[in-house]
Ligand binder design. Structure first.
Ligand code: ATP
Ligand code: MG
Length: 472
């Protein structure tokens, strides 16, 4: 028997659990036990009270006794399933109600526990259910976020990426998307799915780095009832759930060698065997993988299976870091600002605009965290900015720890580093001064305590255009 005990990849404090039992000590005991995982646990002494509580608050898991005064646990299960079909219901069975508990499994209950309780079984169930609930919630959040996302591609390298997307989308060939963190790998994977013939089928994403082998295996392959402690029902894995759609394996480089072998076999044979099962099941999916490490180099160093690598990268799309597509920066920034304004500002509130000086700072920055860092920077700037214009000072980039870090990663000598740091300071300082004077050089020079000629010399050295500062 397998007994996966993963380091939990999600924060179980997000889980809201309700315990329903007419015996107060059972309520107290379960509350204390499940509370050790960090979950929020509430208790009710009857089914009626539980339903009233559920009207007011959302719960993820409900533990209910079967035999209670008034409404029975079976009735409560029925009501919960009618009204809150996503809630996981666990039946608590005492002596003499085991048969009823088993029949509850056929009527939508997820699990049953018998008195006296096996604490480790209960904890392992909550951890697994928590993984399922929270990963589904995260997937929903992410897919909402990606819904109707435009892809900004002004730079030539990004236009070529979109051409490749168009070419690969209609066929079912596996695609490997490589690129540093935050460059848009998942966005491109979803775009391939959207432009493919299977766009009406599921797009299922799983991040290999977050999961230990045992959990990755049960997630992907599914399992049969009894395969491990807590496996009370046959459960389909993602290979089956995707059902002809697209399976997106993110951070594929972090897969263990053992798991690489298992994936290779699925790709070769197109069949899987669920954990604890004897029969194989045919599977049908389009595979897209992503990695922020160079897989070819990993193959050379013997860290990734060569045979698997060739199967994954039948087509490869490489996303350049943001600093190599600076032409995209202004359009991306405007786009993220519009999105953030829609999300964070009221309809009647005026939407601030990016000042030309701020755009210039954005273009000059190195963006070690790529597009995601730009998106976060713009969101932060919108919150910090109180007026109608986002200024360089709202971006929090100059002199920030990250900026300095990226500076030190790149430099070759102390002198060169010092020079860059000085230039960085000069640029932000002077852009701010010019912004405040609406591009008036004489007044900016006065503000800085410089002569007009000295200010102009610095502007020329840093290629700061006066025209980009002016009034909007
Ligand atoms: N060209 C683009 N146009 C518009 N938005 C983009 C673009 N590229 C990336 N984004 C946005 O930037 C964020 C990061 O993108 P995504 O999550 O796809 O990156 P990633 O490469 O998968 O990152 P990680 O390696 O960290 O998982 C997302 O919100 C995405 O919508
Ligand atoms: Mg990603």
């Amino acid at each position: 028997m397998l007994n996966p005990q993963p380091a939990h990849p999600f924060d179980l404090r997000e889980l809201n659990v309700l315990v329903v039992d007419d015996q107060e000590d059972v309520c107290r005991g379960l509350k204390r036990l499940i509370g050790t995982l960090g979950c929020e646990v509430q208790t009710c002494l009857s089914g009626e009270e539980a339903l009233a509580r559920m009207q007011k608050e959302d719960f993820d898991i409900v533990f209910t006794d079967i035999k209670m005064k008034g409404m029975s646990g079976v009735e409560l299960l029925h009501k919960i399933h009618q009204n809150w079909s996503n809630v996981e219901v666990v039946m608590i069975t005492g002596h003499g109600t085991i048969e009823q508990a088993v029949s509850c499994l056929q009527n939508g209950a997820s699990h049953f526990i018998t008195k006296p309780f096996d604490n480790s079984e209960i904890l392992s169930f909550v951890e697994r259910a928590g993984y399922k609930i929270l990963s589904a919630r995260q997937a929903q959040r992410i897919s909402n976020k990606f819904r109707n996302r435009d892809i900004i591609a002004i730079d030539k390298s990004m236009r070529q990426v979109l051409e490749l997307v168009d070419q690969v989308a209609p066929s079912k060939v596996p695609v490997l998307i490589e690129g540093p963190s935050g460059t848009g790998k998942e966005l491109i994977a979803r775009e391939i799915h959207q432009r493919s013939a299977v766009r009406d089928k599921p797009f299922v994403a799983i991040n290999c780095i977050a999961l230990p082998d045992s959990l990755l295996e049960s997630e992907l392959f599914g399992y049969k009832k009894g395969a491990f402690t807590g496996a009370h029902k046959d459960t389909k894995g993602l290979f089956e759930q995707v059902n002809g759609g697209t399976l997106f394996l993110d951070e594929v480089a972090s897969m263990s060698p053992l798991f690489q072998g298992k994936l290779l076999r699925v790709l070769q044979e197109k069949v899987i065997r669920p954990l604890g099962g004897n029969e194989t099941v045919r599977v049908n999916f389009r595979l897209i993988t992503a990695s922020n490490r160079n897989l070819e180099e990993m193959v050379r160093r013997g860290e990734f299976r060569e045979d698997l690598f060739y199967r994954l990268q039948v087509m490869k799309i490489t996303l350049p870091p943001l600093k190599e597509r600076k032409a995209c920066i202004p359009a991306l920034a405007e786009y993220f600002l519009e999105q953030a304004a829609q999300e964070f500002l009221g309809e009647d509130e005026p939407h601030p605009r990016l000042s030309p000086a701020a755009i210039q700072v954005l273009k000059n920055y190195d963006w070690p965290g790529n597009v995601r860092e730009l998106e976060n920077t713009i969101q932060r700037a919108l919150i910090v900015c109180r007026g109608d214009k986002i200024l360089p000072s709202h971006l929090g980039l100059s002199g920030s720890a990250r900026n300095e870090t990226s500076l030190f990663q790149e430099i070759t000598s102390y002198e060169e580093g010092k020079q860059k740091a000085i230039e960085n300071f000069q640029r932000t300082y002077i852009l701010n001064a010019l912004q405040r004077t609406n591009g008036n050089i004489s007044r900016a020079a006065e503000l800085c305590g410089l002569t007009r000629a000295a200010l102009q010399r610095i502007m020329k050295k840093l290629q700061i255009e006066r025209d980009t500062i002016g009034k909007e």
